[in-house]
Ligand binder design. Structure first.
Ligand code: NAD
Length: 248
């Protein structure tokens, strides 16, 4: 049976590349994003390759919106096999004392509450259809800090903890849950963060053991593998895909 795969943040960067990668292995992909026209563009490109995808507007920080996203999938397909909870934001560069309470709350609502809300609604549908696999996007900054990004780093450490906890609770019920920890990856989010830090691409590449920034497609391949039966014994793992940065 054709796999049904959900990608949040599928309108850009790593999410868009993963939506393509899921479609390329034969899945029907639900591309969800708060930027509906960006999600539509991803779907158009996938359908243009004669593969299957639909778009859904979602704000992952809003419970009713996430519930509706999963309801759409249930109504249309009656099942969910793979979910990539990937949508997140990177706030402006700021020392933690300069971050406002509103900025902190918004960051946590999207980056940490978002994956929790997604799993809260995805898991019952997966259980209904006999199990599945979930990957949450953390970051190498879920393992090591980044200057002037305390909230982002805290949210990503949280995503790893959330993923491990969820993983041990649902492994015996047929749902494998893992996290992926991208390193520096060429996306709009990365470009904005690098510009704020006045870091040019070649200087950043020089910091990496592999000597270059990663591509969204390289993260996507790791996500597809984590969801696949090839990774059948991976539970609660935080897979680092960072060109060696955190091994330095
Ligand atoms: P991106 O900004 O290119 O894409 C993020 C997508 O998420 C956008 O389409 C955006 O519209 C969507 N989004 C944002 N808030 C949302 C919300 N509330 N509800 C639904 N959709 C929302 O970013 P990216 O670089 O592709 O990042 C994807 C993931 O990878 C994020 O979790 C990010 O933290 C993580 N990550 C990225 C890097 C990197 O270097 N690019 C490194 C480590 C981790």
């Amino acid at each position: 049976m054709k796999k049904i795969a959900l990608v949040t943040g599928g309108g850009s960067g790593i999410g868009r590349a993963t939506a393509h990668a899921f479609a390329d292995v034969g899945a029907t992909v639900v591309v969800a994003d708060c930027n509906k026209s960006a999600a539509d563009a991803t779907v158009e490109a996938i359908v243009g390759k004669s593969r299957q995808a639909i778009s859904v507007a979602v704000d992952v920080s809003v419970a009713s919106s996430v519930r509706e996203m999963v309801r759409v999938i249930d109504n249309r397909y009656g099942r969910l096999d793979w979910a990539f909870n990937n949508a997140a934001i990177m706030p402006r560069k700021a020392d933690l004392v300069d971050l406002s309470e509103e900025e902190w709350d918004r960051l946590m609502d999207i980056n940490l509450k978002g994956p929790w809300l997604c799993m809260k609604h995805e898991i019952p549908l997966m259980l209904k259809s006999g199990g599945g696999a979930i990957v949450n996007t953390a970051s190498m900054n879920g393992l090591v800090a980044l200057p002037a990004a305390a909230g982002y780093v805290a949210s990503k450490f949280g995503v790893i903890g959330l993923s491990k906890s969820a993983a041990i609770d649902y492994a015996a019920r047929g749902i494998r849950i893992n996290a992926v920890c991208p390193g520096m990856t060429e996306t709009p989010m990365f470009a904005t963060a690098a510009a704020e830090r006045s870091a040019d691409a070649s200087a950043i590449a020089g910091l990496l053991p592999i000597g270059r920034i990663g591509t969204p497609e390289e993260i996507a391949q790791a996500v597809v593998w984590l969801c696949s039966d090839q990774a059948s014994y991976l539970v609660g793992h935080a897979l680092v895909v960072d060109g060696g940065f955190t091994s330095l």
